[in-house]
Write a protein that binds this ligand. Structure first.
Ligand code: SF4
Length: 330
């Protein structure tokens, strides 16, 4: 008698996803094979899609156990009609508040990073009125903001960046405002660092590597001189700076330890975040995927278990992680 053929994938759950072509909501299976996690879904019109979700299944399952309680918003901007994610805006089914809201204030950028997921058309600067509207919506939602992040494009390209920061700080519910930047403008104009210090802005500083060749892969430019100069301007003006490192396993993961150590040694650096490469968006989806996970041979004392999704995010939202036990990787 013929035996049943074994499926090489182990099924462990269902979720809801969308068709990457038509955006229709679809049921999706969660699968595991060779310590990797995949999502599989079938669109009646566009066929079957299987995507790599995590290159380290053990880490993925451990992350799922770190949940945080739901904190519902006080006011929603859309109705629940078709379900998540079609009603996003956020709808009444949204289970979490927004502790790190991100506002894109421009789509202009002075870099063209091969990994960029933004679709920069270089034709938009947010007006004061639009900013006030965003802040009104956030305030009405009763969200518990840790830090508001202004991003882009490149936010320092916005001619009214400082005024927008001041506008945000006038709202009492916003304790901190950060600017997520590639820092080219701060390198070129020390004045920018001085003004950011004056308005008590925080800087989320793009620092992925100290190797010009690796920076070319990630950013399309060597970046070394810009970053050194920008860091010295921020240090001089004591701007609270958070290092944001985008990591591609097998490319720059061997620098996590040294960049973290550098961050610890500089009093003006108040945080260190690792953002794993997102193979999505305008640039990211064209990058060849390197589905490897952190290996001790490359990352020294830094291990996957030292990183976890920040508080009040979905446990699976692990694309941005902070070292949970900093002493462990010093
Ligand atoms: S990743 Fe950031 S710095 Fe690079 S092109 Fe995109 S918006 Fe500009």
């Amino acid at each position: 008698m013929a035996t049943n053929k074994a499926n090489p994938y182990t099924y462990f759950g269902m979720t809801v996803s969308v068709c990457p072509t038509c955006r229709k909501t679809l049921p999706a299976s969660m699968l595991e094979k060779d310590n990797k996690v995949y999502m599989s879904k079938t669109c009646p019109e566009h066929g079957r899609f299987k995507s790599l979700i995590a290159s380290d299944a053990a880490w993925y399952h451990a992350a799922q156990t770190k949940t945080s309680p739901s904190l519902m918003l006080k006011k929603h901007n859309t109705e629940t009609v078709h379900g998540c994610p079609q009603d996003c805006g956020a709808c009444p089914e949204h289970e979490q508040n927004n502790s790190v809201p991100i506002i894109e204030i421009t789509n202009v950028c002075n870099l063209d990073c091969p990994i960029c997921f933004a679709d920069n058309h270089h034709d938009y600067y947010m007006s004061d009125e639009e900013m006030e509207r965003c802040l009104d919506i956030l305030e009405a939602s009763g969200t518990d903001v840790d830090i508001l992040v202004l991003t882009g494009g490149e936010p320092t390209a916005h001619p009214r960046l400082i005024e927008l920061i001041e506008m945000a700080y006038r709202r009492r519910f916003i304790p901190r405002v950060a600017v997520a930047t590639n820092a080219i403008m701060i390198a070129k104009k020390e004045e920018m660092a001085r003004r950011l210090a004056e308005v008590h802005a925080y800087v989320m500083f793009q620092l992925d590597s100290r190797d010009p060749e690796k920076n070319k892969v990630l950013r399309g430019a060597e970046m070394i001189e810009y970053r050194e100069r920008a860091l010295s301007h921020l240090e001089k003006h004591k701007v609270q700076t958070n290092i944001l490192m985008t990591v591609i396993a097998g490319l720059n993961d061997d620098e996590i330890g040294s960049l973290f150590q550098y961050s610890l040694e500089k009093p003006f650096i108040c945080g260190f975040e690792v953002q794993t490469m997102a193979y999505t968006g305008s640039g990211g989806r064209k990058m060849p995927c390197r589905p490897s996970s952190m290996s001790p041979e490359r990352t020294g004392r830094a291990r996957p278990a030292h990183f976890s999704a920040p508080r009040s995010r979905h446990p699976g939202a692990a694309c941005t992680c902070s070292p949970a036990r900093t002493s462990a990787i010093q």
